[in-house]
Design a protein around this ligand. Sequence first.
Ligand SMILES: C[S@@+](CC[C@H](N)C(=O)[O-])C[C@H]1O[C@@H](n2cnc3c(N)ncnc32)[C@H](O)[C@@H]1O
Length: 249
Amino acid sequence: MSEKKTTHFGYKEVDKDSKADMVADVFHSVAARYDLMNDLMSAGIHRIWKRFTIELSGVRKGNSVLDIAGGTGDLAAKFSRIVGTEGRVVLADINQSMLEVGRDKLLDTGYQGNIEFVQADAQFLPFPDDSFDCITIAFGLRNVTEKETALRSMLRVLKPGGRLLVLEFSKPENEVLSKAYDAYSFRLLPLMGKLVANDAESYQYLAESIRMHPDQDTLKEMMEDAGFNRVEYHNMTGGIVALHRGVKA
Ligand SMILES: C[S@@+](CC[C@H](N)C(=O)[O-])C[C@H]1O[C@@H](n2cnc3c(N)ncnc32)[C@H](O)[C@@H]1O
């Protein structure tokens, strides 16, 4: 059987080879206004989702942490304070524009100088085996072309006993919430994107890519298939977002 050569970019079926460039265009376009839009779109709730991710990470002073698809550095900034000067945080992202916005923001807020900024693709992480105590990927996995390849790459660079945390949009738990959420994401999001960032298209992609992303149980299975142990997930905001955690044996 020949391997499938296409994948999804939102609702569009595109060549696997072109998805990364299309995703790159989205994030080059939104980088400057990314933080503002994040706060507006989620009414600030993304901060709570991220705080819970930090709590469940179990990261301690002196640990090594990789935040992949780290973008503008919200998680990296928090990890930087926890691991301290004996620890190490790597903020990795495929997109130069997002990394630049992240680096400027963290420099302005005076982080501890323990963060490295690396341009890297989640599918092909440029780190030795068994490097990190914890890896996070927040709102990044759904943009990756081959999610299975990325999960295996993350498993490889985790230390035995290390944790992967995947924070991502997921499937609302009930019909009423699901309908309201659909109306919000397909009507209001692109409109907000147009008004605030003059970019309706990127926010249309956001809404579509969320619907195409695997639901809670499917992602749990994908993590198990990639080799993670003790995989579990926690729904937040009625399942609009889920946090999956798996451990490397
Ligand atoms: C929605 S942003 C999330 C940023 C940040 N983690 C947060 O939660 O605010 C998604 C990020 O994933 C990055 N990204 C997309 N595909 C990627 C890939 N294959 N490897 C690494 N990063 C990727 C994008 O450049 C973008 O910065």
